[in-house]
Design a protein. Structure first.
Length: 190
């Protein structure tokens, strides 16, 4: 069974810029730049039937391309930091897309996502890193100018069962917007 998640990919030039914030943090396992992404919905281990239903649902997405802006670094975990991330400014287009995907996943029988959607790009996973050290690192490596790009497609990705952080495999991509031949409503594709 593949372990799947739905995400927005990070363009190579943006990923390269994010790598400038790497290094100098003990206990950090830095994510490789090609594996950077914004997770919209984690699916987990699913059977082939469910994977096919997810594929069909993603083929019918009606969202248009929209801007993503990364504006700050942060960490998850509070007193026990577990990750360093680049924050994604929430926008109506992003939250609408994520909400639509969540509703569709519940419609095909997947359980509701247990965590609130906090858009971000994970840069490092942390292990036994002191909160003060994380705070110091974040202070030394701020995102000075927001980094923006246009999200043009949604990706269905897989990962091997591991501690996290890749490598990830692009299983399928679904362009946003009506200008692609595969964007016709399902009934008209026959």
């Amino acid at each position: 069974m593949p372990r799947l998640f739905i995400a927005l990919e990070i363009p190579a030039d943006v990923a390269s810029e994010l790598t400038l914030h790497r290094g100098g943090l003990s206990g950090a396992r830095w994510i490789e730049a090609p594996d950077y992404h914004v997770t919209l919905r984690f699916l987990g281990d699913v059977d082939r039937r469910t994977a096919n239903e997810v594929d069909a649902m993603l083929s019918d997405i009606t969202a248009y391309p929209f801007q993503i802006t990364l504006d700050a670094l942060g960490s998850f975990g509070g007193d026990k930091p577990r990750a360093v991330f680049a924050r994604v400014q929430p926008t109506k287009a992003l939250t609408d897309l994520q909400g639509d995907i969540e509703r569709q996943m519940r419609r095909i029988g997947l359980p509701a996502e247990g965590r609130k959607f906090v858009p971000h790009v994970t840069l490092a996973r942390l292990r036994d890193t002191a909160p003060a050290e994380v705070a110091h690192h974040l202070g030394l490596h701020p995102i000075v100018r927001p980094i923006a790009f246009t999200a043009r497609r949604v990706a269905l990705m897989s990962s091997r069962d591991s501690v996290g952080g890749g490598p990830y495999v692009l299983e399928a991509a679904y362009p946003l917007g009506p200008c692609y031949p595969n964007r016709l409503p399902r009934e008209m594709r026959r």
